[in-house]
Write a protein that binds this ligand. Sequence first.
Ligand SMILES: [Zn+2]
Length: 192
Amino acid sequence: MRDMFGPVNSLPGAVTIPRTQWDEMDRLARSVTHGYETGGIVLGSTSAEQFDVTVLGPPGPSATHRPAAFLRDLRTAQALAAEAWEQDRSEWIGEWHTHPRSGLAPSPTDLATYHRHLDDPELRFERFLSVIARPTSDKLLVACWSVSPTTLIRLPVTIYDDPSARSVKRTAPSPDPDLTRATGTYPLSPHS
Ligand SMILES: [Zn+2]
């Protein structure tokens, strides 16, 4: 239990997402065969537990969609990343994908993938942003997670309407009551 009160918890971060990107994620999440996963690369900037998203990428034409698995198209992600870097120095900060049939927490498979990225010295990730979405009939439920080698922290999300008016912010709708219990810091088993 002591890990629950680690230093990371006293520095709550946040995720910011432009409304245009949020709406696009909502559209993409509904554009695959019902019950199948989709997703894409997440680009932006990050410092400590703060993630400022600029791009929530599409899956791409060669992506693999399954009921409990998703693999984005690498070529699409690379092209988006190169373009975003040219535009405003946005970098690869994470991944988004849908969980049409399960909760909004990363699965063991998801975490294993994120930890592989965190363990790769060439990628130089200190933290990885995991955005997990579930489309419902009236809204898109989303949870954003900061993943480090030892912690998993759920971060609040802010959607804003215009990059030139970032002070006009709107908080994302809260997810289901039963999902809010997932908020907080979770020590993960040491990764080898
Ligand atoms: Zn997943």
